[in-house]
Every structure is written in C-alpha cells, then in structure tokens.
Design a protein around this ligand. Sequence first.
Ligand SMILES: O=C(O)CCC(=O)c1ccccc1C(=O)O
Ligand SMILES: [Mg+2]
Length: 357
Amino acid sequence: MLPCPTDRPRAVNDPTLGRELPGLEELLAHLVVVRLPMVVRFRGLTTRETALVKGPLGWAEFAPFTEYDDAESARWLASTLEAGWWGWPAPIRPSVPVNVTVPAVAAEEVPSVVARVPGAQTAKIKVAERTLLERDEAASTAADLARIAAVRAAMGPDAAVRIDANGAWSVRQAARALEGVAATGERLDYCEQPCASAAELAELRELLAARGVPTRIAADESIRRAADPLLVRALDAADLIVVKAATLGGAAAAAQIVTATGLPAVVSSALESSVGLCSGVALASSMPELAGACGLGTAALFSQDVTSAPLLPEGGRLGLRRVEPDRAEQQAAPDRRDWWAHRIERGLELLRAGQAG
Ligand SMILES: O=C(O)CCC(=O)c1ccccc1C(=O)O
Ligand SMILES: [Mg+2]
C-alpha cells in the first residue's frame, strides 16, 4: 500500500474511518425503496428515488442518484452506516440556519418557492440551466437575472443570495455572467461551482480579481465528486467549500475534509428524504464554525416525504432530531427493491475492500 501523507485525513481514502461494517443481511433486513414526488423539477428530476435501511441506532438513508457509479455510491453508504450503526459526531449547537433552495424556475414561480421556507434569510438559486444555456446563452443569462431579481424582491435587501451553476459555465461564460449580475447592483453571497473543474475555478478567480468583480467562489462538485477534494485548496480554487454528509461518507468524514482543506464551509443536502437530511443537520450541528446558512431546507421541495413529521425548517432553522419514516410504505417503489439491494451489496464490498471512490 502507498503511504498516506500525514496531512491527508483518512476520510479521503477510507470514509469508514476504520469503523466496523455490518453484515449484508443485517443491512438489508428492513430495506424500503421509495420514490418521492417533487413540487418543482430540480436537477432534472420530478421524483427522487432513494433507499431506507434500519440499524441499531435507527433509520438511515442510502441516496446516491441512480446514475452514480458504485465507487462513488460506496461513499454514500458510509454515511448510511454512520447514521444507523456508528453514530454522528457530538453536536455543539441544537439547531442550524437554513437557506431556501430555488430551483431553475421561471421568475413568476419564485414567490411560491420562497414561501415554502418561511423565516429563511438566505436563498440559494440554481442558474445556468444546461438545456437552455446550450441552446441560447443570452436567454439563459436573462432568465438567471430575472430569477435572481425575483428572489431579491421576495426576500428583501438584507437577505443573503447565493447562486449555483453546477459547473455548467466555461471560465469566460462564468466571468461574463458574474460581471452581469454585479452590474445590476446585486451583491451575491457567493457563486457555487460556476465551472466544472478545480483548475477552471482557480482561473476564474484570477480573472474576476483582475476585473474587479468581488464575487466569492464556492466549490461543491470539486469537493464531493473529486478523486482528491484537497486539490481545491492546493490550486487556491475557492473562497469556501460546500460539504454534504451523504456524499462525503458521513458527518465525521466530511468534518475531517473540512479541517484538511482549512477553508470556510457551508453544509448542504443531497436532496435526501427527511431521514437522510438528519445526517446533514448532525454535521452542521457538530461544526465549530458555519460559513452561513445550510442548504438543508430541501424537504420543502418534496410534495410527499417518508414521514408525517418532515424535517422542515421552522423560523428558518432546523433542529437536530431523528426522523421516523412512518409514511415510507405509502411512497414505496417495490419494483426497484432488487436494484437497490444489489447496489448496497456492491457498495458494502467496496467499503470492505477500501475502494470507495
Ligand atoms: O444547497 C442547497 O440549497 C440544496 C442542495 C442542492 O442544491 C443540491 C442537492 C442535490 C444535489 C446537488 C445539489 C447542489 O448543491 O448542487
Ligand atoms: Mg451545488
């Protein structure tokens, strides 16, 4: 085995952090696959398929998007095992502030989306929607500016407003777009993953500095989907990072990655049901510092959840608690059970072999 340099935390290569894995039978004993309907299209999805399992500590979620490969999904399974079998890091605050997440909807739809998270003082808006951007960049920019202006109008002058391009822009497109936003007088909290790679983020930051655009850049996919999340720091590619417990192998593993990058961090969701969202709240509750509101208000994007008591923000905050999926059977997708059971089996094998992606 290659030696692991001391400044690379174990979590980068081994999200189990050496904790003991349950057997497959135990892991699958209570498996329920669910399909949750969404109030608006998000990430191209109108339903969210995900799996629930039950460990000695309670219910836990395994939620990698269906197109994700086994190595990447194995990391999500470590987060599942933390929630149901290993336990979360100790909390240092009882609740966390959340942002309202605004999908790439038309400006007219913004007020109804914002109203679903009353009390939120931060919004995160999806921009650079790929199908429109590829067809007509000017129309894409116009739609983004209109959506941002609608959010500002709905939330008032004191709200923090973030945008998330999910890596869709080239460096030049991102610079143009962020200059365009700044020209309207809008001061963004930050722009999340404007371009796909860490190298592009670094190039964009230099370009923005040279042009006097003060917008901060946050890395999301460059942390959660990268072979080496520490590259962001090495390339000076971001002002802050977005971390998700599910995608990074759980709250403890994610916290190690935050410490290793040494950058301010915002905690966000991966569009889990209310059961999986608890892991994000556990991560945020355990962190010494939060670089702003958490992107954990996404239960508001579902029209049906797995529980009669969804993890919805109150007064713009979410409290740390476990969720009982008492409505899972109503949302069950039994036709998908075998597919998810095999996926879990392969994920467990990869974790056992130390080969999570
Ligand atoms: O951060 C938020 O406000 C909500 C979470 C979110 O946007 C998200 C949810 C699922 C998958 C990807 C993302 C993303 O941040 O890109
Ligand atoms: Mg993002």
